[in-house]
Design a protein around this ligand. Structure first.
Ligand SMILES: CC(C)(COP(=O)(O)OP(=O)(O)OC[C@H]1O[C@@H](n2cnc3c(N)ncnc32)[C@H](O)[C@@H]1OP(=O)(O)O)[C@@H](O)C(=O)NCCC(=O)NCCS
Ligand SMILES: [Zn+2]
Length: 207
């Protein structure tokens, strides 16, 4: 398959008004509905549903059996683990129409959502946070937080590269894998934002 060419499996359905960026692939039994806007170099596994008008960034990987409903916004470089679940109505009833009451869910750039995790609607997943397998997210998650469990709670911090951050005392951390440094004095931030943005652009935009 040529780099930059959109690939839609013969058993996938992409609505005519959906937009797929170059290099994006949609595998069998998946469906992208009208008006969805998807960036470049994304991958949609088997049995993935992208609802009407959903916006998805570049280089996003969606594993099998994931539905991304209207009201969910996905940033660049997000990883959605197999069978993770989004919701869009807080108090659903089969017999009461609540289509105008969707609570938005925002998934920041670089976020990972583990297998089988559930994201209750109306939350914001801060950039590069990591939701462990099976976690149930009921509140906003701060950037770089590693959260697990039901309800999901923070057990540490993760590097943008996905490695858990070893804390070097109360205010600093450095990743063993990629050596990015972090300031933990107030939540978790990269020490050198310029170097970090270059690092990120290389990975996600191919800059
Ligand atoms: C969270 C995760 C990244 C592990 O992080 P870690 O730093 O290696 O954590 P550890 O294995 O040392 O566990 C730390 C604690 O958290 C618990 N824990 C780890 N993962 C957990 C999870 N998903 N849910 C609940 N608790 C979890 C451990 O039981 C342990 O608890 P304890 O301190 O009471 O013994 C990993 O378990 C995970 O969920 N990865 C996502 C995998 C995935 O979904 N991949 C999808 C692509 S196939
Ligand atoms: Zn790292």
């Amino acid at each position: 398959m040529t780099e930059g060419v959109v690939y839609v499996d013969s058993l996938a359905v992409v609505a005519p008004t959906a937009k797929l960026g170059p290099g994006t692939k949609v595998w069998a039994f998946s469906r992208v509905a009208d008006g969805a806007v998807i960036g470049m170099h994304c991958q949609f596994g088997q049995n993935v549903y992208v609802d009407r008008g959903v916006r998805i960034g570049d280089r996003v990987k969606v594993q099998n059996n994931v539905s991304i409903y209207s009201g969910v916004e996905i940033g660049d470089g997000v990883f959605l683990g197999p069978s993770c679940v989004f919701t869009n109505v807080e108090f659903p009833r089969a017999f009461v129409e609540r289509k105008t009451e969707f609570a938005p869910t925002r998934v920041g750039r670089g976020v990972t959502i583990g297998a089988n995790a559930t994201i209750v609607c109306g939350v914001r997943l801060g950039e590069f946070c990591f939701v462990g397998a099976g976690g149930v997210v009921t509140k906003d998650v701060v950037p770089f937080a590693l959260v697990v469990g039901n309800p999901a709670r923070r057990i540490g911090w993760t590097c943008a590269c996905g490695e858990r951050l070893p804390e070097l005392g109360p205010v600093r951390a450095r990743c063993r894998r990629c050596e990015l440094g972090y300031d933990l004095s107030d939540s978790c931030r990269v020490e050198d934002p310029e170097r970090f943005e270059r690092w990120w652009l290389e990975r996600v935009k191919g800059a």
